[in-house]
Design a protein around this ligand. Structure first.
Ligand SMILES: NC(=O)c1ccc[n+]([C@@H]2O[C@H](COP(=O)([O-])OP(=O)(O)OC[C@H]3O[C@@H](n4cnc5c(N)ncnc54)[C@H](O)[C@@H]3O)[C@@H](O)[C@H]2O)c1
Length: 275
């Protein structure tokens, strides 16, 4: 159901690779709520993924940008300001990648070049984006910038590897930049800490299948899907959350506040859960 929450608003959406992507769902929901959007991803993801299909469906312009390149980000923001004919109301940063995860290199044997790349893509790119928007005074008052995080920033999830470090930095950048951006221009900056979700990036994490099932079992409301996430993010782009900033907002069916639950104890007792 649509509520016209984003009527007249204009925003940039990073990270729609294919229809499994969380960004894809956010793009669809934002347009359903009345927004005009611009889509962006790396040239290689645009070529290998299906973003052009989404662009057609949502009437969006696609502008290639590597989120680690300040030059690309500057071009992206200039293009968006010109395309929209005014300031930007919302931005979704749904960007993440770890070469160590991709190559199955365990955390204790990390390759530091890879780790720097993980941090650049998955965390520093958010600072680069915020700095570009800020320096160009590109966001409208009470504009909203949202990135996506994961509980591994707070609690150790073996296998999430150096992405955990990147997410911790991402959340810290959210607070640090959020304080400056809020004071100077009234712009909100938040992260949404999402349940495990079966996307291309999510499926790259070893053992996500069982992990996904266990999180679903432990969460009182079950895992939040990508569609649920899109609903939540749209509220953060809307005027209904104008005083929410510098937060890491859990969107995980309650998982982050659970320790143990009877069904998991029972499954362990029956030998369904081993090591
Ligand atoms: N899937 C999950 O379980 C889960 C849970 C919590 C948070 N998240 C986060 O959600 C975000 C979106 O991931 P997703 O799960 O939708 O997977 P996805 O694979 O669909 O999206 C990841 C996107 O990052 C983009 N990307 C990678 N390097 C980039 C770069 N240098 N510049 C610009 N874009 C780049 C990819 O092209 C891709 O579109 C990520 O930050 C991810 O860590 C995912």
């Amino acid at each position: 159901m649509a509520y016209n929450l984003l009527k007249g608003k204009r925003g940039i959406i990073f990270g729609a690779l294919n229809e499994l992507s969380i960004a894809w769902k956010v793009a669809e929901r934002a347009v359903e709520e009345g927004a005009e959007i611009l889509l962006t991803n790396t040239p290689v993801s645009i070529r290998l993924g299906t973003i052009n299909q989404l662009a057609e469906q949502t009437g969006a312009l696609v502008v290639p940008a590597d989120a680690t390149s300040v030059e690309d980000l500057q071009n992206l923001v200039d293009t968006a300001l010109e395309h929209f004919g005014g300031k930007i109301d919302f931005v979704l940063h749904a960007v993440g990648m770890s070469p160590n995860v991709r190559k199955n290199i365990p955390y204790e044997d990390t390759n530091y070049q890879n780790m720097l790349k993980t941090i650049d893509i998955s965390a520093l790119s958010f600072h680069k984006l915020l700095q570009t928007l800020y320096q160009k005074d590109a966001m409208a008052e009470y504009g909203s910038v949202v990135s996506l995080s994961y509980i591994a920033a707070q609690r150790t999830v073996i296998g999430y590897n150096d992405m955990a470090d990147a997410k911790a930095l991402l959340e810290s950048i959210t607070r640090s930049f959020g304080a400056i951006y809020g004071k100077k221009c009234g712009v909100r900056v938040n992260t949404v800490s999402q349940s495990p979700t079966m996307t291309t990036a999510g499926q790259g994490i070893a053992g996500l299948g069982q992990w996904f099932e266990m999180a679903d079992e432990i969460s009182p409301l079950g895992n939040a899907t990508a569609d649920d996430c899109a609903d939540y993010v749209v509220t953060l782009f809307s005027d209904l959350t104008r005083k929410v900033t510098m937060q890491n907002l859990y969107h995980d069916g309650g998982f982050s506040n659970m320790a143990i639950c009877p069904s998991v104890i029972e499954a362990y007792g029956k030998g369904k859960i081993s090591e």
